[in-house]
Design a protein around this ligand. Structure first.
Ligand SMILES: [Zn+2]
Length: 262
């Protein structure tokens, strides 16, 4: 069911849960410390922990939506783990113990993360960046070839959030909260059907999905190149898709509206 990415010290287990969510286990083999990013339910995470003979030390919550925090309380009860989340969402992250703010750091065993606040999808959304491991857990802020809907935040906030993620090193691996890549690709192709790199990427995506394999992780550089929501200030791209360049916020708003109505 799930895929293992082996690294000496930093192991990521990708777990497809619910309909199209991804939850992740990260474990540090030296210290035997394990964290789960966004456990959307209890059963599937518990099963995966058992199968891999892992205990659970931390839950890292990106935002309060139930498909990301649905397993928090039961996992906490069983494993006595600590729940980490955004200080500003302390009232909405079930079971929160450790409240972090933008730019604050936290360690999962020997692996350090830095919190990046990315309001937009929700106002209290955060991403977890493991800089030394070139890994970003982006929740529902940035997807492969797409971005999260704006349920709570403004376009201005989302633009700021995307700019933060766009400034990360290109080789940063992007682990997001949903397998939406194939439908995102349809919108990206609709906007720009002549992009050869996008065509190639779409072929790879389709091959993977035919075999029910994940299309995640992607990388920041791949997203900068192919994700329409990373290009709200790219004049050539805006020209091509018929959006008049007014401001980053206005351009983004139009782009998001086009996707929502696609
Ligand atoms: Zn969400």
């Amino acid at each position: 069911m799930y895929q293992k990415k082996e690294n000496k010290l930093f192991k990521i287990i990708q777990i497809p849960i619910l309909t199209d969510n991804y939850s992740y286990l990260i474990s540090d083999e030296n210290s035997a410390i394990t964290a789960c990013i966004d456990p959307g339910n209890f059963d599937e995470i518990d099963k995966c922990l058992k199968e891999n003979d892992l205990k659970l030390d931390y839950i890292l919550s990106t935002h309060h939506h139930i498909d990301h925090v649905g397993g928090n309380l039961l996992l906490k009860k069983k494993y006595e783990c600590k729940i980490v989340g955004n200080y500003h969402d302390r009232d909405r992250i079930p079971g929160i113990d450790i409240e972090l703010k933008d730019s604050e750091t936290f360690s999962v065993g020997n692996n350090d993360l830095i919190v990046i606040e990315t309001p937009g999808h929700t106002v209290g959304h955060i991403c977890y960046h493991f800089e030394d491991n070139s890994t970003l857990f982006s929740g529902d802020t940035l997807f492969s070839l797409g971005c999260g809907r704006l349920f709570e935040g403004s376009c201005e906030q989302m633009v700021e959030s995307i700019l933060k993620l766009r400034s990360l090193p290109g080789n940063t691996k992007l682990y997001c909260g949903h397998e939406y890549t194939e439908s995102n690709a349809k919108f990206a192709f609709h906007l720009n059907s002549t992009d050869e790199k996008l065509k190639k990427k779409i072929q790879q995506i389709q091959k993977k999905r035919e075999k029910s394999e994940p299309t995640i992780p992607s990388t920041i550089s791949e997203e900068i190149e192919l994700n329409p929501f990373m290009k709200f200030d790219d004049k050539k791209f805006l020209d091509l898709i018929g959006i008049k360049n007014i401001s980053d916020e206005e351009n983004f708003k139009k782009l998001r509206k086009m996707k929502d109505e696609f």
